[in-house]
Design a protein around this ligand. Structure first.
Ligand code: NAP
Length: 303
């Protein structure tokens, strides 16, 4: 299947291009990006030009930041092409609802991806927690924004979500593995004096679950979740890739490099089956954190 990749930046080059190159299903047939290209691949700078010039390309994958994404996504669906979205799927919930309705009307696939749900131990954690009562849990998601988002000022602009850009990955795992729905009860959000989105957040959910997200983590990076259940404990480490049951390693593999191949395999299945996959549960929790969050001012942040 021929695919065009839009927004050639960090995640496109780190993950999408290698995943497509390794696939025997997908062909990266074009890119759309104002400043960057992929060697050997036809390059466009505007989505409308690509859609007009390449009617043979049936699938488009968007790696843009969330804020500029809607207009591009809408153009792709109006042109009758299947569409895959990086997480988070949009800047607002209403945008994604509109895209979902448009995809349905056009009879094309829309896949709102959550790459962390493809981490090695997530499916096993979901199976293990099924039928158990969750008594409590804690998420620690602490990473260095300078390492993972070097110079990306958009992340601190409205729509960029700040620390929820990585934090939503934790929430995508949480909403996948829990045997029941959960609600956000309260949030504390730390806004740098010179920025529009939070650099850290502390969240309290129903079922005794709490979360600590921080973008200022120098040194070792932490992407862990721990749960207590009526039948023992479960932990997911390294972003959902390693599983522990009752404190003992219980499988998984410490690499994120299989997540994007799994996303593209799923997209191929959705297109073949004429289906869509749009789950907004992680984004609802983020929206609720912005709605309920108590704002704290913290030191200004510069990259
Ligand atoms: P990025 O490198 O800053 O942005 C991707 C590209 O989007 C840019 O290089 C830029 O290319 C294009 N773009 C178009 N309009 C833009 C605008 N208004 N502002 C900034 N860039 C614009 O970001 P990224 O890290 O790849 O993240 C993109 C998406 O992937 C985000 O939704 C993020 O959550 C997700 N993601 C990122 C990571 C990560 O580790 N960084 C991991 C997983 C998922 P041109 O200038 O060439 O048009």
């Amino acid at each position: 299947m021929k695919l065009a990749l839009v927004g050639i930046g960090k995640i496109a080059l780190d993950q999408h291009v290698p995943a497509l190159a390794a696939s025997d299903v997908w062909e990266l047939a074009a890119t759309v990006s104002r400043n960057q290209q992929v060697e050997g691949v036809e390059a466009f700078t505007r989505i409308e030009e690509m859609l007009a010039a390449r009617p043979d390309i049936g699938v488009v994958s968007l790696c843009l930041p969330p804020a500029p994404r809607f207009a591009v996504a809408e153009a792709v669906l109006r042109a009758g092409r299947h569409l895959m979205l990086e997480k988070p799927p949009g800047a607002t919930l209403a945008e994604v609802h509109a895209l979902e309705a448009l995809a349905r009307a056009q009879g094309v696939t829309l896949y709102a991806t959550w790459h962390s749900r493809m981490a090695h131990a997530v499916a096993a954690a979901r199976r293990h927690l099924s039928g158990r009562d969750i008594l409590g849990g804690h998420i620690t998601w602490r990473e260095d924004v300078r390492k993972w988002h070097p110079g990306q000022d958009w992340i601190f602009e409205p729509g960029g979500m700040g620390v929820f850009d990585p934090g939503i990955n934790a929430l995508s795992i949480l909403t996948e593995i829990l045997p029941m729905p959960l609600r956000l009860l309260s949030a504390e959000l730390d806004f740098p004096a010179n920025r529009q989105t939070p650099i850290a957040a502390r969240l309290t959910f129903s079922h005794g679950i709490t979360a600590d997200f921080d973008f200022r983590q120098a040194g070792p990076q932490t992407w862990d979740m721990e749960f207590q259940t009526d039948k023992g404990g479960l932990a997911l480490r390294t972003g959902g890739n390693l599983l522990e049951i009752d404190g003992t390693p219980a499988g998984g593999e410490d690499t994120i490099m299989d997540e994007y191949p799994a996303l593209y395999a799923r997209m191929a299945d959705l297109v073949r089956n004429g289906a869509s996959d749009v789950d907004l549960a992680p984004m609802v929790l983020v929206a609720d954190a912005f709605t309920l969050g108590r704002r704290e001012a913290v030191a200004a942040f510069e990259f």
